[in-house]
Design a protein around this ligand. Sequence first.
Ligand code: SF4
Length: 220
Amino acid sequence: MSTETTLHISEIFHSIQGESSFAGWPCGFVRLAGCGHGCRYCDTAYAEKQGTTMTVDEIVQRVLAFDAPCVEVTGGEPLLQPGAFELLTELCDRHPAVLLETGGFLPVDRVDPRVHAIIDIKAPSSGVMEHNCAANFTLALNEPERFEFKIVVASEADYLWAKSYIAGHGILGKCSIIFGPVFGQLEPRLLAEWILCDRLPVRMQLQLHKYIWQPDARGV
Ligand code: SF4
């Protein structure tokens, strides 16, 4: 199928997947432009610029040319652009491992069911925690293998809030949940010790790409 639907693209690049259960795999990334959510610790604020306009066909060709074991659509907030849904479906038609990384303030119910969705849960220090989309938890509880949740923790207060929030929404122990420290703000050892002390059944991650390359490098 040929599609002329267009999207605003911040960057398309080849890197190591750095922050999910797919961390470590070579991955082709499509970063869609625009978000506006305004998280305090956003590390991709440059994606707010409108970017380059490309058709779905052009994007699919560019990212598949990396011949990577997985491909990921990220942002910005990818689901703000209506064409993102078509892009994800086109990628799923051509690749067995398609990931979506989303800020978690929009529902993912219209996303192609072949996509593995990595959904942020924003903690208090983000400044936007009231926008977390609870409908996504219901969806994930029905099909936990399709989803994982990621919480970026900047402080002990964030950690305590996150622990209570995931228990309160019934996803602790039922869905895959990843905790990671805000790079440069929270010592990873502290987060590891809190998780171990509480026997919390979550996975801890560091943002791998920030250790491989400079923490503020783009296109990685
Ligand atoms: S949702 Fe993601 S891209 Fe958007 S402001 Fe927050 S961290 Fe940045």
